[in-house]
Design a protein around this ligand. Structure first.
Ligand code: AGP
Length: 614
């Protein structure tokens, strides 16, 4: 959601903070700010809009900021209060001696605010965060110990937070803490870094401490002291961070999204290493900790996820039911958590999340875990909060995904579901051995097929130009590619703001067909398989209403030339694996339309890469 950074050491702090914020820009980008400590003075600079505006603001303050060696920074995705200068972080107390940045939501901020106003605190912003600044300062006024003031304040806070606090009385000390929001501490030589996520610090250090919920860390250039919520000292573990700095570069591509789309063949190769050896060897999935007996007798699975991960989950349902004959329910996490869900120790609950941080999914998982379900997490972040809740963890190993629109992480999640479904089917003996062999064979050559699509991307670029000016877009598909239609439409709306909707093609005639006329493009995901002919009829129904028809197909059927206005050809593939092939052109189509329209592809408006609020 928001991103926070902090630094205490001997280097000029401003460049470190700005660079860190730039790496966290995917978490929010509606305003930003820094606070630095310079000769005992706390100086604060803020700007509305993109981080570049803050950088521009700071240019005219160069002389007064260059010597500072401690500071905190924030990039905001507004939850409480509009994205204005006054609501931008850092926030301070009445006297301005304390400054802090915050990621998360303080749920009881109204009660705390009323209480603090009675004490004389004057609130300037509409944020929940300002309450925390006043609260810590109020406690500090009484006990004159910053770490202890932070600890006591957190006992009063409800909700989620990662906080980084500095005080005028402490020239070289940052105090940081977290609950249900990510925070890592990077360890350097005579310096310490703080960040919401690895990209902000990976250039400086690979050694880090993942702060655990409710712990409070006090950082100086040479020391780290961590206490728990009772004030007791805690031993901490230093871990090696998983990313290489090169992962954060666009590597010559115009946008991260385009780079990440092109990484997909290698992402798939990477996932298969060590898991799928030959067509006759069983899939190896040591990550699944359920016994063979439990897997054999499993008769219920629930999959919970949001957004793009939810679409991967829908494909997961289709293939697990088809390959294993186990009943699977898929539900958006945000719905799952607000009703009485029926789950128990006999249910396998699978959480799917690129970031491993999404608040709704995290809460849903915790709820099911409390009911005794085995929790299997499929995530791109094995270091995330969700991963830490997992009984079984399948890391999708897609490498860091910077663009807000998920692409390679989706393909990696879907591929993980294939491996899981085949793994379970082999244990249960529920899938015909010839089909199994074919599938494995095709999985191994899928990266080359994606490369073929990528090498003909001009065809999709031309299609994008032709359709870029449409206001609406409909995607239709049936069966296993219905989630592909949803995901294709989501990609387009996220980055181009075109009103795109995915429908199961059979539903078209039950309502949406009323919208069809010569202005409406309908993209039909027409892959060979059990529903090909049915979908062809649905496409004809759309043509009869004068819709502009696009086919995404692996068919050479000549009659398609008369029916469709535009044909995007993809390689032949087994129906069961077709979602992986079909999504690639749809990602590219969304990308090229957004690029053609001049949109901010990697950082679309109103969105953030990881949604840590419910
Ligand atoms: C994907 O393009 C979106 N930005 C969004 O739908 C995302 O998939 C969703 O917020 C879930 O995130 P997660 O996978 O990190 O849990």
């Amino acid at each position: 959601m928001c991103g926070i950074v902090g630094y205490v050491g001997t280097q000029p702090v401003v460049d470190i903070l700005l660079d860190g914020l730039q790496q966290l820009e995917y978490r929010g980008y509606d305003s930003s700010g820094i606070a630095i400590s310079d000769n005992g003075e706390i100086k604060i600079y803020k700007a509305e809009g993109k981080l570049q505006n803050l950088k521009d603001t700071l240019k005219s303050h160069n002389d007064e900021i260059q010597n500072a060696q401690m500071g905190i920074g924030h990039i905001r995705w507004a939850t409480h209060g509009a994205p204005t200068l006054i609501n931008a972080h850092p926030h301070t107390c009445n006297c301005g001696r304390l400054a802090l940045v915050h990621n998360g939501i303080i749920e009881n901020f109204k009660e705390l605010k009323a209480e603090l106003e009675k004490e004389g605190c004057v609130f300037r912003s509409q944020t929940d965060t300002e309450v925390v600044a006043h609260l810590i300062a109020s406690i500090y006024g009484k006990i004159k110990n910053l770490t202890e003031a932070v600890r006591l304040a957190t006992l009063r806070l409800e909700g989620a937070y990662a906080l980084c606090v500095m005080h005028k009385d402490y020239k070289d000390t940052l105090v940081v803490t977290k609950r249900n929001a990510p925070l890592i501490i990077g360890l350097g030589e005579g310096e310490h870094f703080v960040a919401s996520d690895v990209p902000a610090i990976i250039k400086h250090t690979k050694r880090a401490v993942y702060l655990v919920d409710n712990q409070i860390a006090t950082l100086t250039p040479k020391s780290i002291d961590i206490i728990n919520s009772h004030g007791q000292n805690i031993e901490y573990k230093v871990e090696i961070l998983p990313w290489e700095p090169v992962a954060l570069s666009k590597m010559g591509y115009k946008h991260f999204m385009l780079k990440e789309i092109h990484e997909q063949p290698d992402v798939i190769r990477n996932i298969l290493v060590g898991k799928l050896h030959t067509t006759s060897d069983p899939v190896v999935l040591n990550e699944v900790k359920l016994t063979r007996d439990t897997l054999k007798n499993l008769n219920r699975i629930q999959i919970i996820a949001c957004g793009t991960s939810l679409h991967a989950a829908m494909i997961g349902k289709y293939i697990i039911e088809t390959f294993c004959g186990i009943s699977v329910d898929v539900e958006p996490s945000s719905e799952y958590i607000y009703r009485r869900t029926v789950t128990d120790e006999h249910t396998l609950v699978i959480g799917v999340s690129q970031s491993g941080e999404t608040a709704d999914t995290l809460t849903a998982i915790k709820q099911s875990k409390a009911k005794g379900s085995h929790i299997l997490i499929i995530t791109n972040r094995p270091d995330s909060a969700m991963a830490r809740e997992a009984d079984s963890l399948i890391p999708v190993s897609a490498g860091i995904e910077v663009s807000v629109a998920a692409t390679k992480s989706y393909v990696a999640q879907v591929m993980s579901f294939y491996l899981l479904a085949i793994y379970m089917a082999e244990i249960k003996g529920s899938l015909d051995s010839t089909i199994l062999k074919n599938l494995k064979n095709e999985m191994m050559i899928i990266p080359q097929k994606i490369e073929q699509i990528l090498s003909h991307k001009e065809e999709i670029q031309r299609c994008a130009k032709e359709y870029a000016n449409t206001k609406d877009f409909i995607y239709i598909a049936r069966g296993i590619n219905y989630p592909t239609a949803l995901e294709g439409a989501l990609k387009l709306k996220e980055i181009s703001y075109i009103n795109a909707t995915g429908y199961p093609a059979g539903e078209l005639k039950h309502g949406p067909i009323a919208m069809l006329d010569e202005t409406m493009p309908v993209l039909s995901i027409l892959m060979h398989g059990s529903v090909y002919e049915k979908l062809l009829s649905n496409s004809e129904e759309a043509k009869a209403r004068n819709a502009r028809l696009i086919a995404l197909t692996n068919s050479n059927d000549k009659k398609l030339n008369d029916l469709f206005d535009y044909i995007i050809k993809v390689p032949e593939v087994h129906e069961y694996l077709s979602p992986i092939i079909a999504i690639i052109p749809l990602q590219l189509l969304a990308y090229y339309i957004a690029e053609f329209l001049g949109k901010d592809v990697d950082q679309p408006r109103n969105l953030a890469k990881s949604v840590t609020v419910e």
